[in-house]
Design a protein around this ligand. Structure first.
Ligand code: SD4
Length: 327
């Protein structure tokens, strides 16, 4: 569904009405009013986050860890060829090559990531192996692929016929060969989890900006830009034009703002303001943040109003939320 009609649909759907009624007091925020923290909680970007949340929830509900749940959640999106911005079926770079960026972080501070990775269906799992099986945080390109192979991951063709056809049409219509910058160029999955023990994790995975320069790396695999998690505070993740998020060190900023006492939604809003300060062309791009604090409060904020996210809590189930936006 095109983004604009999706938003219109959401505005009139029961899920959206539930979301709106739950957020009348404080924008898109879902805030704990009692003293008990809400656990477990999952929050993820975009409509496809619903399926990812469901997979993460299954693990959390059975008493599993935030980290396992975050990985399992985004793997659903990575394997879905209909999601043209993540993993299998993701749009290629301007040379027609699918390259993937992914990162994972747990709230104790461990993290791992891969960038510009080719031919591997689940980059998030490779990122986790980087975190757990190497002394490093980040592997890129051919080195990341070699590492994946030594870890037992097998090569997979990620460019689907649909993405190849679309890319060919783009090449024909864009003889100047310049990657586009526009507000439609998004739909990365970023997913945050809080488990029953109070541990937090974050995962983010993407095929990056469509028709990017070969070798371009976005915000998603950069710890602090595309995601950040700290058990003492909460977690955040970003979607949209990665260059703009990197300039503001976006997800770290959201977590630090929560550390200073801001609610998740307010922290996301202030981080978007910072992105705007650093990116005078902000009207041409989309950037959205979502956040989760250690008590289970969630929120989000974005530049353009075509962003939505999915939240799964014990009381309200799995639902879409339309956050407030700058424009
Ligand atoms: C990137 N932030 O590579 C990613 C793209 C994205 O939804 O978020 N897509 O810049």
């Amino acid at each position: 569904m095109p983004l604009q009609s999706r938003r219109t649909f959401l505005k009139h759907s029961p899920a959206a009405l539930a979301a709106v009624s739950a957020t009348t007091a404080c924008g898109a925020e879902s805030r704990v009013t009692g003293t008990d923290p809400v656990r477990p909680v999952v929050i993820s970007t975009w409509q496809h986050g619903l399926a990812a949340n469901a997979a993460a929830w299954k693990i959390l509900d059975a008493g599993g860890s935030a980290l396992d749940a975050a990985e399992a959640g985004v793997k659903v999106t990575e394997a879905d060829p209909e999601v043209r911005t993540v993993g299998l079926g993701g749009r290629p770079d301007r040379d027609g090559i699918v390259t993937l960026d992914a990162a994972i972080m747990d709230g104790r501070g461990d993290c791992g990531s891969v960038a510009a990775l080719r031919d591997i269906l689940h980059p998030i799992s490779v990122a986790r192996r980087v975190m757990e099986n190497t002394p490093h945080v980040m592997l890129v390109g051919e080195g990341a692929r070699q590492f994946a192979e030594t870890e037992g991951f097998t090569a997979t063709e990620l460019l689907t016929e649909a993405s190849r056809t679309e890319w060919k049409a783009w090449r024909e219509q864009n003889p100047n060969y310049r990657p586009p910058i526009n507000v439609e160029n998004h739909d990365t999955i970023g997913l945050l989890t809080l488990d029953r023990d109070g541990n937090i994790a974050a995962a983010c995975t993407t095929s990056g900006a469509a028709y990017k320069y070969h070798g371009r790396v976005g915000d998603s695999p950069l710890i602090g830009a595309g995601l950040y998690a700290d058990n003492a505070v909460g977690a955040a993740t970003a979607t949209g034009w990665g260059e703009a998020v990197i300039r503001a060190c976006g997800s770290f900023l959201v977590v630090e703002l929560m550390r200073q006492g801001h609610s998740p939604t307010e922290a996301c809003r202030l981080a978007v303001e910072r992105v705007i300060e650093k990116n005078p062309d902000y009207r041409e791009i989309q950037v959205g943040f979502i956040a989760l604090d250690k008590d289970g409060n969630t929120g989000g904020y974005c530049i353009h109003p075509d962003f939505d996210y999915a939240v799964y809590t014990p009381r309200e189930g799995n639902r879409m939320v339309l956050p407030d936006s700058k424009l």
